[in-house]
Design a protein around this ligand. Structure first.
Ligand code: HEM
Ligand code: HEM
Ligand SMILES: [Fe+2]
Length: 443
């Protein structure tokens, strides 16, 4: 850490990690609901839909806070200047975290818009927009004042601006539900398969430049290729959500072809990370930071690329749409790409923010946490996938009713729950480890 104002990143990471823990607990509750029939009295006060909204909104909130913290850490290094308004960055954290808490409590009382992932009510949307403007103004002013532009910082800022603009598209409500879902996907799909990919790619480029000492020129050249491919495939790829929505028929072809190409940039990111690791001018230290970074490149490819490809063609999606196959992919993709990119960044930045004598830290607990959480999450996704294939067969081939098909799926939802316990254990180890990170003893 070279600049004082980078310190604002730390409270962002702490809040993000705590929300991550809460998200995991709610995930377990959801999976429990799938294999155990709760008394109606509990369902009446705490329905599945409420817990699901809390689980997914917590996910989005903590990942975004993590991205913002990471940006506040990276931008001073990239621009070689202090942040324009460090105190504003802290006020923004209080505003966004406060809005999140109000939203979660509101869900408990049924205060929701009902649209999955974008449940938070209109007045709170306004606060989110204010928070996003505070963020973009702060980062924008820092960049403009410093007059030093890098491709990494440009991609980061472009991704974040794109992300904020897309949020606006999700705010209006259209009475025609086909139209409403059409735009809902602009937010949900173009976030995770567009804007967030730009942010993640830029953060990974930043980490690689910092950790390997490879020339910026080389890393950024590949960053451009990745970004171009992400946008080229991801934007038209939105069509893989328009197959059965009442949108024009050409989306079957356009969505199928372009989304089938989406794994390409993700594969390129994996190959680039691998090549840069091999070309590194420095030893790949600290090892745990690299375990997270490379683990992210691999699981990003498996979860988003392979599991995404598996159901993206209309011929297959016709059977799997909206089933537990989707849930399987959703978990592995979010974890592989965005959970791990955030955790990698935290492992890189925390020793620097806490001014450890060297960048080395005690890492045993974190290694255990990584492997327990990742293997359990993979197992959980496979359990969801089996449940989903069963569901697709029973409902869409045999024509069984939704609740009839649930009975044979129960066992696999129990399997998902048990693996979920592992995710909670591993996740808690990572959270606890990062929050109490200690310097490695001097050699
Ligand atoms: C403790 C481990 C977890 C368990 C047991 C769990 C379980 C669940 C369940 C049962 C659902 C509802 C699926 C449905 O509506 O049919 C769900 C939704 C979701 N969870 Fe988790 N979850 C866990 C951790 C996570 C993590 C770590 C992430 C992020 C990487 C995550 C992301 C999501 C997403 C994105 C959805 C919405 C899926 C969709 O719309 O298809 N969950 N989770
Ligand atoms: C890191 C990137 C990605 C993340 C985080 C992600 C996450 C998700 C989530 C959470 C959903 C469920 C949305 C809902 O219905 O509530 C979903 C749906 C879907 N994803 Fe992804 N995804 C990613 C990349 C991809 C890629 C690259 C592909 C294709 C190659 C893909 C193909 C699909 C398809 C086809 C659906 C719709 C499933 C259905 O019809 O029910 N995804 N994704
Ligand atoms: Fe998509």
């Amino acid at each position: 850490m070279t600049y004082r104002s980078q310190r604002v990143a730390y409270p962002y990471f702490v809040v993000a990690l705590l929300l991550f823990g809460l998200q995991l607990v709610l995930g377990l509750w959801l999976a429990f609901n799938y294999w155990f029939t709760l008394p109606q009295a509990i369902v009446d006060v705490f329905p599945f839909s409420t817990a699901r909204a809390m689980h997914t909104n917590l996910l989005v909130l903590w990942l975004l806070l993590g991205f913002m913290g990471a940006t506040y850490y990276a931008i001073p290094e990239e621009t070689q200047s202090e942040l324009a308004w460090p105190r504003l960055a802290l006020a923004q954290l209080v505003l966004l975290a406060g809005t999140g808490v109000v939203a979660l409590v509101g869900f408990l009382f049924g205060w929701t818009q009902g649209r999955p992932l974008l449940e938070i009510p209109r007045p709170l949307d306004v606060l989110v927009v204010v928070g996003a403007l505070m963020f973009l103004a702060n980062v924008g002013a820092t960049v403009l004042r410093a007059r030093r532009f890098t491709a990494t910082q440009g991609s980061l800022l472009a991704g974040l601006t794109f992300l904020a603009l897309l949020y606006l598209v999700g705010i209006p409500f259209y009475r025609n539900l086909a139209v409403d879902w059409y735009y809902w996907w602009w937010v949900v799909h173009l976030w995770v398969e567009g804007a967030w990919e730009l942010v993640a790619a830029a953060l990974v480029a930043f980490l690689i430049i910092q950790l390997t000492g490879i020339e910026r020129r080389v890393v950024e050249k590949w960053l451009y290729v990745e970004l171009g491919l992400f946008l080229f495939t991801g934007i038209v790829g939105t069509g893989h959500h328009y197959y059965w929505l009442g949108a024009p028929r050409y989306w079957l072809v356009a969505g199928g072809v372009f989304s089938a190409l989406e794994p390409l940039p993700i594969a390129l990111m994996l190959v680039d990370t691998w090549r840069h690791m091999r070309a590194s001018r420095r030893p790949l230290r600290p090892r745990l930071t690299w375990v997270f970074l490379f683990g992210m490149a691999v699981l990003h490819f498996v979860g988003a690329g392979a599991f995404g490809f598996a159901h993206t063609l209309p011929q297959i999606n016709y059977y799997t749409h909206g089933s537990q196959v989707t849930v399987s992919h959703g978990h592995l993709a979010f974890y592989g790409a965005y959970v791990l990119v955030n955790l990698s960044f935290f492992y890189f930045a925390v020793p620097r923010l806490r001014r450890f004598p060297t960048d080395e830290y005690r890492s045993a607990l974190g290694h255990w946490g990584f492997w327990i959480a990742s293997v359990s999450l993979l197992g959980m996704s496979l359990a969801f996938a089996v449940a989903g294939v069963l569901q697709a067969y029973l409902e869409r081939v045999q024509g069984q009713a939704f609740m009839v098909a649930q009975a044979p799926m129960r066992f696999w939802m129990l399997a998902a729950f048990l693996h979920g316990l592992g995710v909670l254990v591993g996740g808690s180890m990572i959270i606890g480890h990062l929050l109490t990170l200690k310097p490695a003893p001097a050699a």
